[in-house]
Write a protein that binds this ligand. Structure first.
Ligand SMILES: C[S@@+](CC[C@H](N)C(=O)[O-])C[C@H]1O[C@@H](n2cnc3c(N)ncnc32)[C@H](O)[C@@H]1O
Length: 220
């Protein structure tokens, strides 16, 4: 069963800002810069697991025609209030309701970690991407450095659940967060799941966030 984000939708943005000290916004901006690289002509973008619409809004600012999909109705209600002109759909990333090869770019910020069948979700995202198009994924991960790890563990295992219970009234959701980060493949292990495409990744903040850029091979 996917985690039910309806329960934390109302406080999601506030907690994001607090937990990342505002860095989440900067990471999304970096992802949009990767989507809008000068070599690519990007108009239509699918934002998968769009949540409360922060990525959608950033893409719109850069002139993209965006479609946002998510499983959580409550998250989408907030997204609509922030970026009302975007097309939103309640849809499962693992069964996207789109034809093959129909978006210039596909993005997903902090969403793939929540897929029940990760490889199925990734393969769907690649399926709807046009040949020659780009998929950009942001995801949280554990830092590699053994020097940083104790500080990260203290923050992730104690401070984040405490913030979750104080702000969202939901300690359980914010205990799930660091646990799901710990379990999730990162770096080359994650890219390995994508198989063939030419992919690269960049670490931010000692690897606490990673951006994966995957280019779908152009049709020959
Ligand atoms: C951590 S939030 C990220 C939201 C947003 N992308 C952001 O940048 O803040 C994860 C989102 O993924 C959605 N989600 C989880 N599994 C999904 C799936 N299989 N298909 C579509 N959305 C999914 C959740 O409902 C939630 O809104």
């Amino acid at each position: 069963m996917p985690y039910d984000f309806d329960k934390i939708a109302r406080t999601y943005d506030r907690l994001n800002r607090m937990m990342t000290l505002g860095l989440d916004r900067r990471w999304r901006k970096r992802a949009v810069s990767a989507v809008k690289s000068e070599k690519l002509k990007v108009k239509s973008v699918l934002d998968v697991a769009c949540g409360t619409g922060d990525m959608v809004r950033e893409l719109q600012k850069h002139g993209c025609h965006v479609t946002g999909v998510d499983l959580s109705e409550e998250m989408l209600i907030i997204a609509k209030s922030k970026a009302p002109t975007v097309t939103y759909m309640i849809a499962d990333a693992e069964h996207l309701p789109f034809e093959n090869d129909c978006f210039d770019a596909v993005t997903c910020a902090f969403g793939v970690r929540n897929f029940v069948h990760l490889e199925q979700g990734l393969s769907e995202m690649l399926r709807v991407l046009k040949p020659g198009g780009r998929m950009v994924i942001l995801e949280l991960s554990t830092p590699d450095s053994p020097l940083i790890r104790p500080f990260y563990n203290l923050y992730a295992k104690h401070i984040i659940p405490w913030l979750g219970s104080r702000i969202a009234g939901n300690r359980e959701a914010y205990t799930y967060l660091p646990e799901s980060i710990e379990r999730f493949p990162k770096g080359e292990a994650f890219l390995g799941l994508l198989g063939d495409p030419v992919a690269e990744h960049t670490k931010y903040c000692f690897g606490v966030c990673r951006m994966y850029v995957i280019n779908k091979e152009a049709a020959r």
